[in-house]
Design a protein around this ligand. Structure first.
Ligand code: NAD
Ligand code: UDP
Length: 318
């Protein structure tokens, strides 16, 4: 297939480019570098199966030649207002990438009679009242909270994707991605994994927002990419959760990071930095992925963290 990936210079997009090229496909990457980096795809320069367009997907998308699949990943993804790359500081761009960007990406797919895959998110469940979260749960999201620019854009994107499927008969997929980590995350995007690893490498206390009782379930990027690839090759049109169901509190996670990194600088608590709509518990129910895609994650947290730690050490010249 010849596959268009929006957000190709980002963390997940660049790993998808690598995997699809390895599988023998041709890849057209597209990005405007608002939160991504050319460094993430620089190793693909000179690969005759890879092309790149620098473009903002909020504007009409034109790609020369036939496209067989469109994977729409372009969107800021960090909720941290302390980082210039966090979506609270890019609110209009975030809504435009999720709304106009999804519309334009669907348009390319439709014009080419191509498959379309939307990168959705566990954030569509908001601060969930059901645990673990299965795809049948409609969510508990605040339409005007700090995270709303992201959550509502993704909810709109899912609705628009289903509209194209039902009305135009487009061959669509929706993946609801839960917290994923690994090499090529931006050091300064403010998400918990780069923050904690960077702090541990520098022997600084890990900054916990709130009391650390909130939970997340962290998936290593290679596992996520395998799940997404299986979904692309499947016939499933309804949303599928992809993530690692191993749940941990942020406090336990901080202790794990300090142990693996060998840091004795401890933990510092910042109650005021925890935003009002920060989900208290998050854990994917992955039964649909197991049954439909014959997929489940296989990388232990400890192993994934060690690989990511090494990446950040290299980035920091340590
Ligand atoms: P990222 O910030 O590393 O990657 C996003 C990429 O999209 C960046 O390269 C950015 O420059 C690009 N981009 C943003 N707006 C654009 C625009 N208007 N036009 C062109 N390019 C644009 O983040 P990521 O973690 O790789 O996330 C990728 C996708 O996966 C996002 O859609 C995100 O919502 C989704 N997602 C990620 C996670 C996760 O844990 N990493 C979880 C849920 C959903
Ligand atoms: N968090 C934290 N310290 C940090 C960064 C984040 O305690 O330095 C918390 C954050 O409040 C949230 C969790 O870690 O409860 C995960 O945050 P992240 O930004 O990675 O993404 P989220 O899962 O909230 O979208």
């Amino acid at each position: 297939m010849r596959i268009l990936i929006t957000g190709a210079a980002g963390f997940l997009g660049s790993h998808l480019c690598d995997r699809l090229l390895e599988e023998g496909h041709s890849v057209v990457g597209m990005d405007n570098f608002i939160t991504g980096s050319p460094d993430n795809i620089s190793h693909l320069a000179g690969n005759t199966h890879f092309e790149f367009y620098r473009h903002d997907v909020a504007n009409f998308i034109y790609v020369q030649g036939k496209i067989d699949a469109v994977l729409h990943f372009a969107s800021p993804a960090s909720p941290n207002p302390g980082s210039p790359y966090g979506y609270p500081n890019l609110p209009i761009q975030t809504m435009k990438a999720g709304a106009l960007g999804t519309h334009n990406s669907l348009g390319v797919a439709r014009a080419n009679s191509a498959k379309f895959l939307l990168a959705s998110t566990s954030e569509i469940y908001g601060d969930p009242e059901v645990h673990p979260q299965s795809e049948s749960y409609w969510g508990h999201a605040d339409p005007i909270g700090f995270r709303s620019v992201y959550d509502e854009a993704k909810r709109f994107a899912e609705a628009l994707t289903m509209a194209y499927h039902r009305y135009h008969g487009l061959d669509t997929r929706i993946v609801r991605i839960f917290n994923t980590y690994g090499p090529r995350m931006r050091l300064d995007d403010g998400r918990v994994v780069p923050n904690f690893l960077q702090q541990a490498i520098k022997h600084q206390p890990l900054t916990i927002y709130g009391d650390g009782s909130q939970t997340r379930s962290f998936c290593f990027v290679d596992d996520l990419v395998s799940g997404i690839y299986n979904l692309l090759l499947s016939d499933e049109h309804l949303p599928v959760n992809i993530g690692n169901p191993q749940e941990t509190s942020i406090l336990e996670f901080a202790e794990t990071i300090n142990r693996i990194a060998g840091s004795s600088a401890g933990i510092a608590f910042f109650p005021d930095k925890r935003l009002g709509d920060d989900p208290q518990r998050r854990q994917p129910d992955i039964n649909r992925a197991r049954n439909l895609l014959h997929w489940e994650p296989s990388t232990a947290l400890e192993d994934g963290i060690k690989m990511t730690l090494q990446y950040f050490k290299d980035q920091l010249g340590q």
